[in-house]
Write a protein that binds this ligand. Structure first.
Ligand SMILES: Nc1ncnc2c1ncn2[C@@H]1O[C@H](COP(=O)(O)OP(=O)(O)OP(=O)(O)O)[C@@H](O)[C@H]1O
Ligand SMILES: [Mg+2]
Length: 316
């Protein structure tokens, strides 16, 4: 490798928080083998806030668990913050889980200990030793998540949304560089979910923490920089969707739908070869069938697809 190439590689390493290269995860039980991830590629930049969507069983939690050091890949390479996770010893892994990465689960019981108060829950995972400093940091975190006034509340005294805010504060206790959240809004209503996502966004903007959220929520693109869809447990691979592109699609979509359409965005999915999967409805609206020619143009950084027929009409 030349000096120049080394420099380019080094810059990429410095910019990236996560690099998954051809990641494979196979769960083996006595009778069956489940291929949960089959050659997944994913790069997440430092400071990025992104979401992973996909059907049930597509491998989202599997991926997040590997990023969080809770499970190990069967093959492939996994780098977080410039370090190869596959080379970690058990001891390195404990340190990694405690200091580099924070985790928020959908299930509150997994995030919070019921007999401790909110502030005690936040102090529990802290690595700093001074009691006074722990309390100070815990109160800072409670402020950040907007719950300073609930510091003495226990799990059952808090609403689902409040419990998730405390869970986020706990995950942030040791100032991790990476925050992972598996369905953090799965158990709350739409409005509360939006508030929680806005909290993630605020933390991301204020502290520069990299955030990866796994969700079923198709409205997620409003809150993140980028959405990646994982598809099909057996053939999981990476599909990139730009949030702004999804938004544009949604805008077109909402023109054609009733006003109370608050529940989903339509995505187009692109595979690594650049093939685009266009929602059937759009094809039908343009009167295109699978074998028609479409015109592809590039304009102001956007790709425009049109039917040759529509173009002729415009010229007239
Ligand atoms: N410990 C395990 N042992 C065996 N198979 C597993 C294990 N964990 C997950 N799987 C399988 O791996 C595949 C991916 O599961 P995963 O939990 O990652 O999906 P997911 O995308 O998070 O789904 P959901 O949206 O329902 O949470 C599934 O087929 C699942 O049954
Ligand atoms: Mg899951």
């Amino acid at each position: 490798m030349s000096e120049a190439e080394k420099k380019v590689q080094q810059t990429a390493e410095d910019e990236n928080m996560i690099v998954c290269d051809n990641l494979v995860k196979i769960y083996k039980t006595q009778e069956i083998e489940v291929v949960a991830l089959q050659g997944l590629d994913l790069t997440v930049k430092k400071g990025e806030m992104m979401a992973i969507i996909g059907n049930s069983g597509s491998g989202k939690s599997t991926l997040l668990n590997m990023l969080g050091g809770l499970d190990k890949p069967s093959a492939g390479a996994l780098t977080v913050d410039g370090k190869n996770l596959l080379k970690y010893t058990d001891r390195d892994m404990i340190k990694y889980k405690r200091e580099t990465v924070g985790f928020v689960w959908q299930n509150n019981a997994r995030n919070l200990i019921p007999y401790l108060t909110a502030v005690e829950n936040i102090e529990l995972p802290m690595v700093i030793s001074s009691k006074r400093k722990k309390r100070q940091r815990a109160m800072e975190l409670l402020e950040q998540v907007g719950l300073a006034h609930r510091k003495n509340s226990k799990l059952h005294q808090l609403s689902g949304g409040e419990q998730q805010r405390i869970a986020i504060a706990i995950a942030l206790a040791n100032s991790p560089k990476l925050l992972l959240a598996d369905e953090p809004t799965g158990a709350v209503d739409t409005k509360t979910a939006a508030h929680i996502l806005e909290l993630f966004r605020k933390l991301n903007r204020e502290t520069g923490i990299t955030i990866v959220i796994v969700t079923h929520d198709r409205m997620i693109s409003k809150h993140v920089d980028r959405v990646v869809a994982i598809r099909d447990g057996r053939t999981s691979s990476e599909f990139l969707i730009r949030a702004d592109y999804a938004k544009q699609l949604n805008e077109i979509d909402s023109l054609n739908r009733s006003e109370d359409n608050e529940t989903h965005d339509e995505y187009a999915i692109m595979d690594r070869a650049g093939r685009l999967h266009i929602p059937r409805e759009y094809l039908e609206k343009l009167g295109l069938s699978g074998k028609d020619k479409v015109k592809v143009e590039m304009e102001d950084g956007r790709i425009i697809l049109s039917t040759p027929k529509l173009e002729e009409e415009e010229k007239e």
